[in-house]
Design a protein around this ligand. Structure first.
Ligand code: MN
Ligand code: MN
Length: 266
């Protein structure tokens, strides 16, 4: 039996603060994954279908109402092994992480983003896509939260980070050789706006001065602990150019799945 990673699509952007659009992302990412523009090889040398499998359960039927968190929890709970969630805006990470933490106990989180997403609330919404990691840390679902690529820290979020003991590697301090070290099982959350808009224009919040695709992939390639799941979020197809951000998202899904599979066999 080959290592199998479950994909679930979470087509929602009800908690976005600026633009809608990420609800359209799961279909765009799937199309890029299936496209004949590329092949099934990961940079580790493993291949989808030969060395590991993606079990795509399709999109969860979401209603853009308060019941969606329970629909997401039920969908994640129905997956027995590691899960990659295709967002959707970043608000989806909270019910996904909460459900996996109920199964595994608190784990570590590696979070790529331009934004720390630690707001206590934004525009009156405590479930805002700017708040999932405040909810995760309040719930005690992460032992360590390591955020990479951050370049929008305001006073409130600095205070929240200090309150929760978040480890932040700001974009200005990141260098190509930097690698995180983890000892516990890991969840990997990839907000595509961690990337510089030059690499990923199809996001709602363009924040210049970001990471390269190469930097994120190289970090994924060196992960050496069990990975229980992850998400790729905040792709906005209405802002994309020639589908290039969909291809970036699909490549990161493939490399994240390959990292999960490689560490299942250890
Ligand atoms: Mn985010
Ligand atoms: Mn972001």
């Amino acid at each position: 039996m080959l290592p199998t990673i479950t994909l679930i699509g979470l087509p929602t952007d009800q908690h976005s603060s600026f633009l809608r659009g990420p609800a359209l992302a799961p279909a765009a990412i799937r199309a890029a994954l299936a496209s004949s523009h590329g092949n099934s090889a990961s940079e580790r040398g493993t291949e989808i279908g030969l060395d590991f499998l993606l079990d795509d359960r399709g999109d969860i039927g979401l209603q853009e109402d308060v019941g969606d968190d329970d629909r997401i929890r039920a969908a994640v709970a129905a997956c027995s092994g590691p899960v990659i969630a295709l967002g959707g805006d970043h608000a989806i990470s909270f019910p996904v992480v909460e459900t996996l933490a109920a199964r595994h106990g608190a784990f570590d989180i590696l979070h790529f983003d331009a934004h720390p997403d630690l707001y206590d609330e934004l525009d009156g919404d405590r479930r805002s896509h700017a708040s999932p990691f405040a909810r995760i840390m309040e719930g005690g679902h992460a032992q360590r939260l390591v955020q990479v690529g951050i370049r929008t820290l305001n006073r409130h979020c600095r205070e929240q980070a200090a309150r929760f003991g978040v480890e932040i590697i700001e974009a200005r301090h990141l260098h190509d050789g930097w690698r995180p070290k983890f000892e516990r099982p890991l969840y990997v959350s990839i907000d595509l706006d961690a990337l510089d808009p030059a690499f990923a224009p199809g996001v709602s919040h363009h924040e210049p001065g970001g990471m390269s695709v190469r930097q994120i992939i190289n970090i994924l390639l060196d992960l050496d602990v069990p990975i229980i799941g992850g998400d790729v979020v905040e792709m906005n197809p209405t802002r994309d150019i020639n589908g290039m951000t969909a291809v970036v998202a699909a490549k990161l899904v493939k490399e994240l799945a390959a990292a999960i599979a490689a560490n299942m066999q250890r």
